[in-house]
Design a binder for this molecule. Structure first.
Ligand SMILES: Cc1ncc(COP(=O)(O)O)c(C=O)c1O
Length: 394
């Protein structure tokens, strides 16, 4: 059987990782198969390790943010690492998780959902937790669940920019006064009520959670509603070239002391929704250089493929040339394979100066919002996925 699988076609089966036969390594695969399409190299052991560390460190329930990377192999590794709860944003994600893990906790954390999605989540997939940031959405949830009395209702509070690489409050979240009203309204319908927020993705500063929890605390105090759950969202950062985050423990310590400082009448359950922190280091992509013009390489993957964050957001990734070279390291920009001139990544991608047409380059830390957002634009969606035994590239 081929070691490769087309993206999305991998069987959604549960398989303990210790039954997986010895995995190949990236260099051997490239030497044997000489791939002319991007090769997504998934590192299950790295994801298991990241999940285990997060679950052990976080003083509450860890909900993996499925949107970050829904590849069944990633989900299996996250489960293997001890995650039993999943933050889903669509009915397709809910179906995927329920199909793979019948006993998993599933949380519908998109603040604006379609009515059929709410009804199906509740009646077909046993989802009891719904987030909302408006009265209209609360009314939808109540109506579509048949005024169910067994719901966990979570108010998503908007946050000001808190220094994260990617702000997530422009689109979702209720401002303070509205959040107060929503919390009071939810109290009348819910089995349990909670608040949630997201400080923004790749947030390097633990104090962002302190500021967020102070704001959440002021909403809770003004609403005067007993709070069962505080969901501190995702945003936990990982390393990229030029970005070395503080250790996870610094974020957890800040969250714990900030929740304690709220002095709530009873200690709420804590939830977190990490995506990037569990999945980023677990995937690299091997690309082939198809041309070189000065300091710019033309490669066979780009912003419409696995490298969207290397485009306008300007993320840098670790890179290595898959052949020996004594040439000095040099910073390259890259053009992706499509004809769109936005398909440009300024990098710098650090590679030996003598990199040239036909070379293979491995680009790491692409497991979060990388392979998951590939498009078919211009016919460049022929990447294959393989599981490898290599360690993370950073
Ligand atoms: C509601 C919600 N939770 C969690 C996440 C995961 O965030 P991160 O990957 O930064 O941990 C996201 C990302 O968009 C999100 O929108």
């Amino acid at each position: 059987m081929s070691v490769f699988s087309r993206r999305g076609a991998a069987a959604a089966i549960r398989r303990p990782l210790d039954t997986v036969p010895a995995l190949p390594c990236v260099d051997d695969l490239v030497a044997s198969f000489r791939p002319t399409e991007p090769l997504v190299c998934l590192r299950p052991a790295t994801i298991v390790d990241a999940a285990e560390k997060f679950v052990a460190a976080f003083p509450g329930d860890t909900l993996y943010a499925v949107k970050c990377n829904p590849d069944p192999a990633v989900l299996r590794a996250v489960w293997e690492g001890g995650v039993r709860h999943f933050d889903c944003a669509s009915i397709a994600e809910i179906e995927l998780i329920r199909g793979m893990f019948p006993e998993a906790g599933i949380y519908f954390m998109h603040p604006i959902k379609s009515r059929p999605a709410i009804a199906q989540a509740y009646t077909l997939h046993d989802v009891r937790t719904f987030v909302f940031d408006s009265m209209v959405e609360l009314e939808k949830i109540i109506a579509e669940t048949g005024r169910a009395g067994d719901l966990d209702l979570m108010v998503r509070i908007a946050m000001p920019p808190l220094g994260a690489f990617s702000d997530l409050s422009a689109k979702f979240g209720a401002p303070h006064e509205e959040a107060v009203s929503l919390l009071r309204a939810a109290g009348a319908h819910a089995l349990r009520v909670g608040v949630s927020f997201h400080v923004g993705s790749q947030c390097m500063d633990p104090l962002a959670w302190r500021r967020a929890l102070v704001l959440a605390g002021s909403v809770i105090a003004e609403a005067g509603v007993p709070i069962d759950i505080i969901d501190v969202g995702g945003g936990f950062p990982v390393a990229y070239p030029g970005m070395v985050p503080p250790p996870l423990g610094a974020f957890i310590a800040e969250i714990e002391s900030s929740v304690e400082a709220l002095n709530l009448p009873s200690m709420p359950h804590l939830w977190a929704e990490p995506g990037r922190a569990l999945a980023a280091a677990g995937t690299s992509v091997v690309v082939q250089v198809q041309g070189r013009r000065g300091d710019a390489l033309y490669i066979n993957d780009g912003i419409f493929g696995s490298l969207s964050d290397a485009g306008a957001p300007g993320f840098c990734y670790p890179t290595r040339l898959l052949r020996p070279s004594d040439a000095a390291s040099h910073g390259f920009a890259c053009w992706g394979p499509t004809c769109d001139s936005n398909d440009f990544m300024r990098g710098p991608f650090m590679l030996p100066e003598d990199v040239s047409e036909g070379d293979w380059v491995e680009i790491g830390q692409l497991g979060a919002y990388g392979t998951a957002v590939r498009t078919r634009f211009n016919g460049f969606d022929r990447a294959q996925t393989v599981e490898v035994r290599d360690r993370a590239m950073l």
